[in-house]
Ligand binder design. Structure first.
Ligand code: ADP
Ligand code: MG
Length: 210
């Protein structure tokens, strides 16, 4: 399905501010930010270090709460959800990719992705097919049994992307996903996000400082 003006955005951020209080000091990390990302769209947030990118992604992903403003993800107003519902929504609808892949070192690529599906209680019979599908999608069909240390940095990040994608989230949030990779590998990872947005109609929001 393509986005059109009658369809609600998958991510909608309205006038979001986030003020951190550190002792007596206040630090405004976000000031009245608004944006929206539709299904199949990819949006890149560019800004120098300290400009609030991580804060915004954390607010959208329900890891932090804004001081002001409202956020919807897949038509759920996450800024109003109680913690328990938020945990559920996060697992089902939001895939996170971080700068460092955070894969379990003793688990194979297959096991790392499968773990995510066990968390959402996907039935065992469906899990295997889904794990293989997403690992093929990210180009790791031949690397499924390898452990992280047997993979390159780019391949490790592909496993992390497959893991984020496995539960069929409406949204993928990627915080500096290429900053530990060389330029060429980083470009390939960005192309992969582009293809994922196209093929799966996921809304993809990427933060980068360059
Ligand atoms: P970016 O990801 O663009 O580098 P951040 O969102 O991490 O920016 O930080 C934005 C601002 O908020 C910075 O000034 C940072 O120091 C401050 N900040 C971020 N997290 C916290 C926190 N937990 N407590 C206090 N200040 C914070
Ligand atoms: Mg950051």
């Amino acid at each position: 399905m393509r986005e059109d003006s009658t369809m609600p955005a998958t991510i909608r951020v309205e006038d979001v501010s986030r003020i951190y209080r550190v002792g007596q000091q206040e630090r405004q990390a976000l000031k009245a930010v608004s944006l929206s990302v539709g299904a199949g769209q990819i949006v890149v947030l560019r800004g120098r270090s300290g400009s609030g990118k991580t804060t915004l992604l954390n607010c959208i992903g329900g890891l932090d709460r804004p001081t002001d403003g409202r956020i919807w993800v897949a038509e759920n107003e996450i800024t109003r959800l109680a913690e328990q519902r938020l945990v559920q929504l996060r697992r089902q609808q939001i895939g996170f990719v971080f700068q460092s892949h955070a894969l379990l070192p003793t688990y194979s690529a297959r096991e790392n992705v499968d773990l995510m599906l066990r968390l959402i209680h996907m039935p065992r019979e469906e899990r295997q097919a889904r794990v293989e599908q997403v690992l093929h999608l990210v180009g790791l069909g031949k690397w499924m049994e390898h452990r992280p240390h047997e993979l390159s940095g780019g391949q490790q990040q592909r496993v992390a992307i497959a893991r984020a994608l496995a539960p069929r989230p409406a949204v993928i949030l990627a915080d500096e996903p290429t900053s530990e990779l060389d330029t060429t590998t980083g470009q390939q990872i960005l192309q992969l996000f582009r293809r994922i947005a196209d093929e799966t109609q996921t809304a993809v929001l990427i933060a980068t400082h360059d």
